[in-house]
Design a protein around this ligand. Sequence first.
Ligand code: F6P
Length: 533
Amino acid sequence: MQVPLRPAWLALAEHARSIKHRHLRDLFSADPARFYRYSIQADNLLLDYSKQRLDQHTMGLLRQLAEQAGLRTWIERMRAGEPINHTEGRPVRHADLRAGDTAPSEVKAVLARLAGFCEQIHGGQWRGFSGERITDVVNIGIGGSDLGPRMAVHALAAFQQPDINVHFVSNLDSADLASTLTRLNPRSTLFIVASKTFTTLETMANAGTARNWIVAAAGNEAAIARHFVAASTNLAATAEFGIAPENVFEFWDWVGGRFSLWSAIGLPIALAVGFRHFEQLLAGAHAMDEHFFKAAPDSNLPLTLALVALWNTNFLDAHSQGVFPYSHSLALLPSHLQQLEMESNGKRANRDGLAVDYPTNPILWGAAGTNGQHSFFQLLHQGSELVACDFIALGKSDFPLPGHHSGLLANCLAQSSALAFGQTVDEARVAGIPEHLLPFRRFPGNQPSSTLVLPELTPFTLGQLIALYEHKVFCLGVLWNLNSFDQWGVELGKQLAGKLAPCIRDEAPTDGLDPSTRGLINHLRRFRSTPHD
Ligand code: F6P
């Protein structure tokens, strides 16, 4: 059945006709208790969704939709290890990676090896080829093998271990690796080659160049064993690269790339903040899993986030989702969520392979507050686009300095309030705005937003936050009848790039190419400096 034919979907479409044009001002004056009615506190997290353009009837219908979509059954199927990623024939078991005492034995075994490895690096027992201790770790990976760990290491800067710096290199552009290596000493640098498949072009190219850098400095290949470890599911390929089996931290094909920071892919996090803190990150995510699996629909945080997102996307026509953490440490969260949400649910074929005739994942973007206020917030306040916004605030600063945090919070709340309620011409007049400027000082408001409050940013609360969005993605996949766990769309560009590279090097004819690509290649060939670059 196509999703829109579900009875609750049809009822929502009907209901949307009456509520769509109501202003948040009206909704709040009709119900001053909105904050209490539309906020959920679970564990230590608060979600206020009272500034969303919905009422109790909306939420009732949305919850009915989740029931009609069989959400409970899908959760059970995921937990039972059924291959719900049916186009790849794989189960979806990332929650098992953070299940603590109840985690599978193979997960516990890898965690124990990671703990031992961190101890050797932090304790200085692991030495480079010349006997120096490791001071710098470079994670080479891309997509899910980069964004999650990079975001978490940045987010947990307050927990940074002394004497170790963790760097991330992802881009095929040699500027990324080269600019990182110029700051490093090969004698004290360790590389983690992070790749689920160990075939990804960017990662293999960067890893190969890094290997040459180490071999050139050491004068022999034996140094590779002291300077390279890998996180991968492909043990044959790691061996072929020359990484000793004892230096490979395994994970499994039932871990999706964008859900993999809880696996061996999280090694850079554990090295940056210490294994104990990495375990707390896992524990926070596990707490969110338990909440998601057990909480009733009306107090379920991930489900509520998903239902609100579906309402905004499919019934209010908001095709853009902004994420604004008012936390400098969470500045990379929007990039991680971009992959998590857009690679998971940016799809147009449903689970049966039929074309969907309803919008799926909106475009997700964002930046840390208050910086965003001085760039794109103008469009949110007075532009013509409806943008659903998530604000994220911390109860306490992770780097407290007098006077900063209250100002930061004031700005966060001011933005969501201004976006919701705007300013009428009359209010501008009363505020003393000259008559000729009144049209420019009108703010329509009615931009929907939710605000998430974390008491503080710790490994535990970060784990909760990431897992919250992961389960939101899962719920939306069920509601939109999509497989959220494959990513076929990424393939086409990869295949084409493979065909074009020899053309750019002048090693293959350009005859069969489209005229634009052919023209660009001919133009670009003029700039090539060396035959092999
Ligand atoms: O971008 C496509 C993708 O397959 C992601 O899903 C994945 O996170 C990334 O490439 C990296 O893949 P790998 O870890 O296998 O190198």
